[in-house]
Design a protein around this ligand. Structure first.
Ligand SMILES: Nc1ncnc2c1ncn2[C@@H]1O[C@H](COP(=O)(O)OP(=O)(O)OP(=O)(O)O)[C@@H](O)[C@H]1O
Length: 959
């Protein structure tokens, strides 16, 4: 194990941008390092800390904390701590002691200039690789579609639009409320991926219902290359259990402590800090130590199926309170639900309040605001639809936005502000099949069957038994006489070779049906219910999905109706119907999802003159809920509840059923019309802008054409990775026998990659190689973290250029150094500045591109290269020195642009907060102060961005 001593200076190998670290604390297994340059701290396990010791040798130049550059004359080691005796250049008598703790916090790594002038040269091809890597990194970080290019997904407009709108925000907090099956998981993944890629987030927590843990885990890995760690009881216990080595060390420490030699060991680390990406189930959330979980410094928390978080002003549920605790502690928050408002205004308010407590201070204000919707919706609709805005329209808009310029030139800003302040705006996105075209149709087939005598019950019997009569049996004997079962048997025979999903409301119904059909009738079925553990459930779902040897049908209880992907099946059999319209929608949503290639056939075998028949007509004739999505289902149920109860109590009474159907139809029509005219318009506008989405899709298609493969094949050649062609656009990569160290993200047994989105979507066994793939990122780090390629000399072969002509190609970077929370890269990502000088210092970079030059630059033997540097040293030194100022002016322009963008953005946020505060006294003054302080800090850090020479090539013309 490495020896660390407080006061020593170390450098983080993976995060060099943190500057020079100072060892702060060392205990028996952890070492804490503070990074004063960025005001951050990191704690590492001592035995594998990614740290390099930084010391200086005699002759090196160091920089003190006061900014003095001194040349080291001698070095003393005091029990592991260095004291340098150093003097200003040219003043060897003025020696002063500099303990290493007093070194400057910004580290000057051995720069390109030093390497050139001290003749530490690399070959021409390493220089070119380094410049390609610098350009690739700058290009990637500056791209407006950063984070959207890498995921293995189809380019679907509404998802890209949402991801683009949300992911650019700092610490986004939104409700993703697309209708079932439109891709909320994909949207959340895109947002997360973009946040991680841009460095806005590093730590993320996903909380999902137990049944969906595995599916999320697989989707995140397969589509986004994000490896989550699943946290459950078992893992937590294992984490808090010390290893044998820990125990040995702890005992040693205890004895040492008894002798008065050491501090007492601590074992109270927060286990949730041990991983960056954590996935857990809702059940785990409800049982875990919520304080530790909330305090684990999350940048983004994602909660799926958020409609389960029940809330009322007096009695919020335990799950709600726990998520509220997380929501308060995490910077970003994504809540996912397909049914945002159907559970009523109260619970909708409760979720919005988790996202933005200032915007949604109390229920009454929220309800009053909802009434205001119509007026704003009309206004927004008009502003959106009309090319020219008449004076009275402008006046109405200005009345709502007194602090904004309201005219056609500011159309986007005006609409955005209105949506933000009055509509769901920044906090919610909802797409429906209505505003996203291209979904297959749904067709329902009701089959009325005779009611067996054994199922006849008294009128005062409990509703459950009247709806689900098989509940009166203790085992599967009901199956023999139930005509739905013989119907199913027939149906499966008639549809041999086709996949069928069967859903029933009760677990026991599913178990009995599976036992009867599978074991007694020899049918090929799988079963899925809440009594099975997660692995059994995933196995059942996989068995059903298997096209060759899998089950023809999957029989599942209601839990199969949430979140699962069964769109490869086209037939859905509803063995019974739920009372809740949202549940019906969830059931159909298993098949009616993105990726469904055929019309969805919904089969509803039910008993004549029975409560199930009432439900069938209520849903079908009353609200048309089978063949169309049903956003108003919850409300319709509330409004027709009495008539429904009456009809359920007397299922044979045709008049009661007719009355129910008529009342339901009337309510459904009215509610749909209201939704159509009212706030849907606001939401639609915020949720999907087809034109912008088209632009995004085009950009991404262009980005797809910019494959990293040509760059990567060079990298593989340099690092000794074997490449073999798999097919036209796919390659097999394997560690080569000459590789000196493992290549990032390349497994021992190799991988197959493709740079074509279509191939990657069709072939799960291949990796989708984009500029955002971890292997490409790893390759960039590998190249940029080492010194190779920083300085080189090459031979220019061009008959038109006179032999002996000298050129100097310089690549600088501009990069802010700032604490992470400031997110400076929002405004100034690492940017490269290239210059090409002739011997007189004139810049020729715009006349001769780097690519054109590379074609004519060739390798020069090292001894000759060294000779050239030695003979031209004075000239090179002068050119480099002179150019620094000119390049700095160019860098200044980059910084000024970034500052202007930052000021505009901060100013917009500040105005929004002030406008909100005028409407809502609960927006606190401190928030405004916080934003003002943040702006000041951004000003300082951006203005002070680091500018450095990253690579230099001396080019000598010759033959
Ligand atoms: N852009 C895409 N490319 C490829 N597949 C996609 C895309 N979007 C969605 N899908 C697939 O469509 C299905 C539905 O997506 P997803 O699970 O994200 O929907 P959802 O809105 O979360 O559904 P639910 O409301 O049921 O939870 C999934 O199988 C998903 O993999």
């Amino acid at each position: 194990m490495t020896d660390f001593t407080p006061g020593q200076r170390w450098l983080s190998e993976s995060e060099t941008e943190l500057g020079l670290g100072l060892i702060k604390e060392v205990d028996y297994r952890l070492v804490t390092v503070s990074y004063p340059a960025v005001e951050e701290e990191r704690t590492y396990a001592k035995n594998n800390a990614p740290l390099s010791r930084i010391t200086f040798d005699v002759g090196d130049t160091l920089t003190t904390g006061d900014g003095l550059d001194l040349v080291v004359q001698s070095v003393e080691d005091h029990n592991g701590l260095m004291v340098y005796h150093a003097h200003p250049a040219g003043e060897p008598d003025n020696v002063q002691p500099v303990p290493e703790s007093l070194l400057g916090h910004r580290l000057r790594l051995s720069g390109a200039q030093d390497r050139l002038l001290t003749n530490q040269l690399s070959s021409n091809r390493w220089f070119e690789l380094r410049v390609a890597a610098l350009d690739a990194r700058a290009h990637r970080e500056g791209s407006p579609i950063q984070g959207l290019r890498g995921p293995r997904i189809d380019l679907i407009g509404h998802q890209l639009h949402i991801a683009d709108q949300v992911a650019r925000r700092y610490a986004p907090r939104v409700l993703l409320a697309d209708e079932v099956g439109l891709g909320k998981t994909i949207e959340a993944g895109l947002i997360l991926h973009q946040q991680l890629q841009t460095g806005r987030a590093r730590r993320a927590l996903i909380v999902v219902p137990d049944a969906l843990v595995h599916q999320w885990f697989v989707e995140m890995a397969r589509r986004f290359n994000l490896r989550f760690s699943i946290f459950d009881e078992e893992r937590l216990n294992a984490l808090s259990r010390p290893s044998v080595d820990d125990v040995k060390e702890m005992l040693a420490d205890i004895f040492a402590e008894a002798e008065g030699e050491a501090d007492a060991p601590e074992l109270d680390d927060n286990p949730f800090l041990s991983e960056q990406l954590v996935l857990c189930s809702t059940a785990f959330l409800e049982g875990c130590d919520i304080d530790s979980l909330a305090e684990a410094d999350w940048d983004l928390v994602i909660v799926d199926e958020a409609h389960h978080l029940h809330w009322s002003p007096d009695a919020p549920s335990e799950a709600y309170q726990r998520v509220e605790r997380l929501a308060g502690a995490s910077r970003g928050l994504l809540l996912l639900t397909a049914t945002p408002e159907q559970l009523g205004l109260e619970s909708h308010f409760a979720r919005l309040r988790l996202l933005d407590p200032d915007r949604y201070p109390d229920l009454d204000t929220f309800i009053a605001e909802q009434d205001h919707y119509r007026e704003v919706a009309d206004l927004v609709g008009e502003l959106h639809d009309r090319e020219d805005w008449p004076a009275d329209l402008k006046q109405r808009a200005a009345g709502l936005l007194p602090d904004e310029t309201v005219d056609e030139a500011h159309r986007d800003a005006v609409l955005a502000e209105l949506l933000d302040r009055f509509g769901p705006g920044r906090v919610m996105f909802r797409n429906t099949r209505h505003n996203v075209a291209g979904f297959p149709a749904r067709q329902v087939h009701g089959d009325a069957l005779p009611l067996p005598d054994a199922y006849r019950v008294d009128e005062d019997e409990e509703l459950e038994l009247r709806l689900y009569p098989e509940a009166g049996f203790a085992d599967d004997r009901w199956c023999a006489d139930d005509p739905r079962v013989s119907w199913l048997e027939r149906f499966l025979k008639e549809h041999r070779g086709e996949k069928v999903l069967v859903i029933c409301a009760r677990r026991d119904t599913a178990i009995d049906l599976h036992a009867h059909c599978g074991y007694k009738l020899g049918m090929n079925l799988a079963v899925f219910h809440e009594g099975m553990d997660l692995i059994e459930r995933d196995r059942a779902a996989a068995y059903f999905a298997d096209q060759e040897d899998g089950a023809q049908a999957l029989v599942c209880s209601e839990i199969g109706s949430e979140g699962r992907n069964f769109q490869f099946a086209h037939h859905l059999v509803l063995l019974d119907l739920p009372l809740d319209p949202d549940l019906l929608e969830q059931r159909i949503g298993r098949l009616d999802r993105i990726g469904q290639s055929e019309d969805v056939q919904i089969h509803v075998p039910h008993f004549q003159g029975h409560a199930q028949e009432v439900l069938f007509h209520w849903y079908h004739q009353g609200m048309n809920a089978f063949e169309h999505t049903n956003p108003a289902g919850h409300e319709i149920r509330q409004r027709t509840g009495d008539a429904l109860e009456k009809a359920l109590n007397a299922p044979e009474d045709g008049a009661a059923l007719d009355a129910l159907v008529a009342a339901t139809r009337e309510q459904a029509d009215a509610l749909r019309q209201r939704l159509e005219e009212g706030r849907d318009r606001l939401l639609e506008l915020a949720s999907f802008d087809p034109q912008r989405a088209e632009v995004l899709k085009e950009r991404l298609a262009d980005a797809d054409a910019d494959s990293p493969w040509p760059f990567m094949t060079r990298v593989f050649d340099h690092y000794g990775v074997d490449q073999e062609e798999h097919s036209d656009d796919a390659w097999i990569l394997k560690p080569g026998s000459h590789m000196r160290e493992p290549f990032p993200h390349l497994p021992e047994d190799g991988i197959t990659v493709t740079d074509q989105r279509g191939t990657a979507l069709a072939r799960d066994d291949m990796q989708f190689l984009t500029w955002e793939h971890p292997m490409v990122e790893g390759a960039l780090d590998l190249i940029l973290d080492e010194h190779r390629g920083k300085a080189s000399v090459s031979l220019l072969k061009n008959p038109r250029i006179q032999a002996g002509t000298l050129l100097l190609e310089l690549v600088y970077t501009v990069e802010p150094e700032a604490p992470r929370h400031l997110q400076t890269d929002r405004f100034l990502p690492v940017t490269t500045v290239r210059r090409l000088l002739d011997a007189n210092g004139r810049d020729l970079s715009s006349a001769i591109t780097h690519e054109a030059l590379c074609k004519q630059c060739h390798k020069l033997e090292k001894p000759l290269a060294r000779k050239i540097v030695a003979s031209q040293k004075a000239l090179l030194e002068e050119r480099l020195k002179d150019d620094e100022e000119k390049a700095a002016t160019q860098a200044r322009a980059v910084i000024d642009d970034a500052l202007a963008r930052m000021r505009e953005s901060q100013d917009r946020d500040l105005r929004r907060l002030r406008a909100l505060r005028d409407k809502n006294p609960l927006v606190r003054e401190e928030e405004i102060t916080f934003l003002e302080r943040q702006t000041e800090a951004l000003e300082a850090r951006l203005a002070d961005a680091r500018f450095r020479l990253e690579a230099v090539r001396v080019i000598v013309a010759g033959n």
